[in-house]
Write a protein that binds this ligand. Structure first.
Ligand code: UDP
Length: 413
């Protein structure tokens, strides 16, 4: 059996104050149409990265809404995750190797995972490329039941064609494919019905819930960061697409004018991301012993509460990605009233309205320029922080996303 991730329930009434009675009622109504349905979410890691973040909340709330929701995680040897990491980078536009051997590693693991997949479900939602190849195996074995959805969290708008062509062969088996933005829908995907559903954040998760100022200061102090000096933070896996080196370059440019500036880079090490350790080293070298750059991760005990504190107390949050499916970290920071400077790519563009709740940038120089502008203007910071909180409240909270998902499942049923 594939490992099941236990998820604590999330009481619906706790959200009343934030989302209002009408939103709770709408969600209940959407769930009634599917009452008792067995839903499985399948992905490649129980922690680290955006999908795991989403599923904790989704599965907890779906069960509370009277559905029978589950979450299983695929198994994978490290060579499998090395292959899927290449596929991930290729799907987001990098020209990477894609050989017969790599395909064999991928397909063998998909076969093993298909055989280990337990339970019977009305709906199976498969996230991202790692488990996508399981469905064709299940079909071959004559075990296909229920409706199968492939949800892609990546930006496929400029995929490296050999990899997408290969993966599309698997995706064609699904009843539905879900993308974060219309622009990510690849041309010529015949078969699945297409749905567009942007992700969201849970305002009551330990990462996003309200925190008192004293706890925030204590947390930040524990890591040696000084709360009374300006802080810019980026929270993301150590991955070239997140451009931590570009973030350090931007910080160095800004520091020439704001000498007490501090940079915090927080990245979690996930088991489906073998490149993370290597890229942490690369980033560490680029840091070159600057005592005002803090490289933190779950290895030093930086978890949800710590991320919450840093996003809350930073003067500005960065998400300077070069490619980005969505970038939950953007909404996480905006929700806390912290403006975000983000790369002008993918799903970041859904969340940042340039000049309203942050800035969209295309280079370290532009990033430094916008940092300086915000660091020097507390009124602008406060105005953008308020606007960011409102944008997230309107568009990027869990209830909107769950309603979209339930409506999609009802349409498929
Ligand atoms: N995250 C975290 N600790 C870290 C790095 C990331 O908790 O050290 C979380 C982050 O807060 C966000 C998720 O992991 O909730 C990353 O999601 P995002 O959509 O930004 O990027 P992905 O990793 O899925 O590409």
């Amino acid at each position: 059996m594939l490992p099941s991730v236990p998820v604590p329930p999330r009481p619906l009434q706790d959200y009343l104050e934030i989302v209002g009675e009408a939103a709770v009622e709408e969600l209940r109504a959407a769930a009634r149409a599917l009452s008792g349905a067995r839903i499985l979410n399948l992905n490649s890691t129980a922690f680290g990265g955006g999908v795991a973040e989403l599923l904790v909340t989704h599965v907890g709330l779906l069960n509370e809404l009277g559905l029978d929701a589950h979450w299983q995680v695929i198994n994978g040897r490290s060579e499998f995750f090395t292959v899927t990491k290449f596929a991930h980078a290729g799907l987001q536009g990098a020209e990477v190797p894609w050989t017969e051997d790599m395909i064999r590693v991928y397909e063998e693991q998909c076969e093993e995972n298909a055989d280990e997949l337990g339970g019977e479900y009305d709906f199976v939602i498969v996230h991202d490329p790692q488990p996508a190849g399981i469905l064709p195996v299940i079909e071959e074995r004559g075990r296909r039941k229920g409706h199968w959805v492939w949800r892609c969290h990546l930006d496929l708008s400029e995929s490296f064609q050999p990899i997408w062509t290969y993966l599309a062969g698997h995706v064609a088996h699904y009843d539905a494919a879900v993308f974060t933005m219309q622009e990510f829908e690849p041309a010529g995907l015949d078969g699945p019905r297409i749905f567009i559903i942007p992700p969201s954040i849970d305002p009551l998760s330990s990462k996003n819930q309200w925190m008192d100022a004293e706890t925030v200061y204590e947390t930040i102090h524990r890591y040696g960061v000084q709360w009374n000096r300006p802080i810019v933070t980026q929270v993301s896996r150590f991955d070239p697409a997140k451009d931590p080196l570009g973030v350090i370059d931007a910080y160095r440019l800004a520091k020439r004018e704001v000498p007490d500036l501090q940079l915090v880079l927080i990245g979690s090490m996930a088991h489906d991301d073998p490149e993370g350790w290597h890229y942490l080293e690369v980033t560490e070298r680029h840091r070159s012993d600057d005592p005002d750059i803090f490289l933190l991760s779950n290895v030093q005990g930086v978890g949800n509460l710590e991320v919450n504190a840093f996003q809350r107390d930073s003067t500005v949050v960065l998400q300077k990605s070069l490619r980005e499916g969505f970038g939950l970290t953007v909404s996480e920071a905006l929700w806390k009233g912290t403006p975000v400077i983000g790369g002008n790519v993918g799903g970041i563009r859904l969340q940042i309205e340039d000049g309203e709740d942050g800035f969209l940038v295309e280079s370290p120089e532009q990033c430094a320029d916008r940092m300086l502008r915000l660091l020097g203007d507390p009124d602008e910071l406060a105005r953008m922080g308020r606007r960011g909180h409102e944008i997230v409240r309107e568009r990027f909270l869990t209830f909107r996303e769950l309603r979209d998902i339930l409506e999609m499942l009802a349409a498929l049923a």
